[in-house]
Design a protein around this ligand. Structure first.
Ligand code: CA
Ligand code: CA
Ligand code: CA
Length: 568
């Protein structure tokens, strides 16, 4: 810095002696003569415990539906990173479903497509309980309740092979009467589709079916296990797990447990059901979650406690679901209700858990993860940037979290920050903004200096700010820069009172998760500009060509003597 300042003083004096030099040699920017090279400041892949952050909350809903409430979101992410989101459409916040809606994002969740309603198996039938899954070929299946009444009900399955641009006709996967309810689905590594659900009929029972031909036909339904709210998941080698709960009574005493059963032959036979959790009081029919890691360990996430105060737990089995370790509490703040848990396990066996949390007197989505196989969980992180009134007491029975192809966590949830319930999306932010800038060396002529910077981020940029000052001043002036292109930001310093013979400046970019990048990396490395009070082009024409050579030699000497910016 001192070297640069000294050089600039000498240069200023010499320029005064020269009284102007031909602009094409000295004053036009030449790459070899740059005062300082762009410095790339970025910190990639910051995901250590305590530093996980989520970015901007994006509303998936376009507001054009005749149904005010969108609840109970489901999501699957294709290998390309394309995000498919589904949800239930309802007239009342806690009411029954009328249709299920769908949208996708081609830009990692920055924007979502126009919302559509899925086609029922026959016109006039209603829909509910949306569940999206996809296979390794990026075929996606949208599974949902398809019904007219409690006596005329089925399980609709729609398939897309083009990432949700078009859907094949919806087929019915159920061959039974009664009300088919609370479906969940999974796809095994071979692409087979499995669906389980509750059937309310003269006798209530669970139903199971599968499709081995890409969703065209389904096997006759069976009841291989009991009793209630089945959640099905496939391990990485195709082992199936189904977690269910006891039958429950709204007025009854605590008596709810989660049971687990396993199939090693694609659902033909199942192990005897094992009780996996302690007694859980559960007055609602909210879904618990089962998932597996790459080592075959099985995890169940659930909420347990009283009707007014629950906590979030994860329990684990390392022997295929027979022995279950004591549950580990995930939420660190226990104030108020924590419920409606969601869990997903990524390819690196990090266990991601999210839930509805009322610790602030309104519903928010909170998140935690474990990188030690569920022994400990990270500090809890709030995902939603605005709360939802507790009066929205039943935003469906679940929300959804999945990891994308880069391992980044994506979450969709029911959000009531607007005038009714919508579906909101956020994804994990893992990197600081990246800023690039070609420094200005010399500025001349008038007193308006446009400074331009390029800034990008893995999520969204909140703002890019320009800081500038006279080097003799201790105070920086800051200005939010205007976005003038996809990733280009500019601010023109127009105030003559803010200009001086030399100026220092730097930039700060901040993303939606609050990560900041400064360019150059510190204030003492700010870019320095010499502001000339005259137009050297005109002076150069008057003086002639004699001084061109002197100017080039001087600048080359000065460039070689200066201390490179990157050495600081
Ligand atoms: Ca809405
Ligand atoms: Ca609690
Ligand atoms: Ca970022």
């Amino acid at each position: 810095m001192q070297t640069k300042t000294a050089c600039l003083l000498i240069l200023t004096l010499l320029i005064g002696l020269l009284a102007g030099v031909h602009p094409s040699s000295l004053f036009m920017v030449h790459p070899a003569l740059s005062f300082s090279q762009p410095v790339l400041v970025s910190n990639q892949a910051q995901s250590e415990v305590g530093d996980v952050r989520f970015g901007r909350n994006v509303n998936v809903i376009d507001g054009l539906s005749q149904y005010p409430h969108q609840v109970e979101p489901t999501m699957t992410i294709l290998s390309s990173g394309k995000i498919l989101v589904g949800w239930k459409e309802a007239l009342e916040h806690a009411g029954p479903g009328y249709r299920v809606g769908f949208a996708y994002s081609n830009d990692s969740g920055q924007t979502f497509s126009s919302n559509i309603l899925m086609t029922p198996t026959e016109p006039g039938r209603r829909q509910s309980d949306p569940w999206l899954v996809s296979d390794h070929q990026d075929n996606a299946y949208f599974v949902f309740m398809d019904f007219v009444s409690s006596e005329d009900s089925g399980i609709g399955v729609a398939k897309t092979i083009d990432g949700g641009e078009t859907w094949l006709p919806t087929v019915d996967a159920s061959d039974t009467g009664g009300l088919d309810d609370k479906d969940t689905a999974c796809v095994d590594p071979d692409g087979n589709l499995y669906i389980v659900w509750d059937e309310y009929n003269t006798q209530n029972r669970l139903r199971f079916t599968k499709s081995t031909d890409g969703g065209q036909t389904f096997t006759p339904t069976t009841t291989p296990f009991q009793p209630y709210i089945p959640y099905i998941a496939s391990s990485h080698n195709g082992t199936l797990y189904v977690a269910t709960g006891d039958w429950y009574s709204l007025s009854g005493p605590p008596g709810y447990r989660i049971w687990i059963t396993r199939s090693d032959d694609s659902g033909s036979t199942w192990t005897p059901q094992i009780v996996a959790t302690p007694l859980i009081y559960d007055e609602t029919a909210i879904i618990h979650v089962v998932d597996t890691d790459t080592e075959g360990h099985v995890y169940i996430a659930y909420a347990a406690g009283t009707a007014t105060d629950k906590e979030i737990y994860v329990t684990k089995s390392t022997d295929g679901g027979f022995f279950w370790e004591p549950p580990v509490q995930v939420n660190t703040v226990t104030t108020g209700m924590q419920r409606m848990v969601e869990m997903t396990i990524d390819e690196d066996n990090n266990i991601h858990v999210a839930w509805l949390d009322a610790q602030h007197g309104e519903w928010n989505i909170y998140y935690s993860y474990s990188n030690d196989s569920g022994s400990t969980f990270s500090p809890n992180i709030r995902v939603s940037t605005a709360g939802t009134s507790l009066s929205y007491w039943r935003p469906g029975d679940y929300f959804t979290m999945r990891t994308g192809p880069n391992g980044r966590v994506h979450i969709v949830w029911t959000d009531g920050r607007g005038q009714d319930e919508d579906i909101y999306f956020a994804k994990q932010d893992i990197a600081n903004p990246i800023i690039t800038h070609v420094p200005v060396q010399v500025w001349y002529q008038d007193r308006a200096l446009p400074l331009t910077v390029s800034a990008t981020d893995d999520d969204f940029l909140e703002w890019v700010t320009l800081y500038f000052r006279n080097p003799s001043s201790s105070t920086w002036t800051s200005r939010i820069m205007e976005k003038i292109g996809d990733s280009t930001f500019q601010y023109t310093i127009p105030e003559s009172g803010l200009m001086s013979p030399t100026m220092e400046y730097y930039f700060v970019a901040r993303d939606a998760a609050g990560r900041e990048t400064r360019l150059p990396g510190s204030e003492s490395d700010a870019f320095l500009i010499l502001i000339l009070p005259f137009n050297p082009l005109l002076v150069g024409l008057i003086i002639g060509s004699t001084f061109i050579i002197i100017g080039v030699i001087f600048v080359a000497y000065w460039y070689l003597r200066r201390k490179p910016n990157t050495d600081h």
